[in-house]
Design a protein around this ligand. Sequence first.
Ligand code: C5P
Length: 320
Amino acid sequence: MATSVRSFSKINLGLAIGPPRPDGFHELVTLYQTLEAHDVVTVEANPSEQNRVLLTSNDARVPTDSRNTVWKMLDQAMKRLLPEFSAEVSVHIEKGLPVQGGLGAGSANAVAALIGLERELRRQFSGAERLEIAAAVGSDVPLFLIGGTVLGLGRGEEVYPMPDLEPIHCVVALPSIGVSTPLAFQEWDLTEGKQLTAEANFDRLKELGRVLSAGLSGAFFTEEGRPEDPLLALVRTGIENDFEKVVFRQYPFLGEIKRILEPGAVYAALSGSGSAVFGLYQTEEAARKAEEALAGQGTACLRTKTLSRREYWQTMVETR
Ligand code: C5P
């Protein structure tokens, strides 16, 4: 019998870019948040003489060969089971999410496939093994092994579960612009990054890490001495995405989208290097208004909610 796994999406609530590292990646501090909007990944595995992965999707834009993160993930995972065990694994990716940069859909598909494989084979990798395999597939894959509100350090792959933010309405604008992540990092190095010494840049990252962990842990108080809502505390103390400085310069249209999302929003920002731009709203009405404003301007969007860690794990595997 096949196993169907919901493959949820994410946004980056904040992201600070550090200096480039000898391995070509950049040091990061980022705050990930999972969303309800999802794809469904269905996995069926049968013992076979050789490892084999067969991918299909309802969306023709999804690669079904070794370029797909699902393929990379299963290849890594199944190699670890050799020589005792080999299997033929069929995976169908039913896209509910748009194929859009910034939402981590491909990375989430990979984790969903791993979880589906474990269920099918009735064999679990250890938590450490899972994280190691995920990190080898991509920097924003391991966050999907945690879910909810997640702090990302290193190149984004060192993940730490944080106290969950209260679920909140989220509108994600989906502009039909493709942003190259490696080029956005390069542009950062050549412009903003160049103006900072490595030491000053590391200090910025440390400061964001401190603000994020203190704010999310309820360590900030209102003027009246009450604990401040963690999201509001982060917005007040300053949370931002460094990529906006370079990506909005290159694509001013994305900056305009953020301005459309801002009225009524607690917070609006570019997600990752984009091109997804999101707004967070306390009420469904405010979210609907943002959705209408985007529709009026002709930009596609999706309306969803943030997803806590508990809901993430409780609703991930479809029981039949
Ligand atoms: O890890 P992932 O495959 O998502 O990264 C894609 C590209 O983005 C990398 O090859 C690298 O050029 C860039 N990157 C980076 N620093 C990071 C994450 C990604 O420079 N922390």
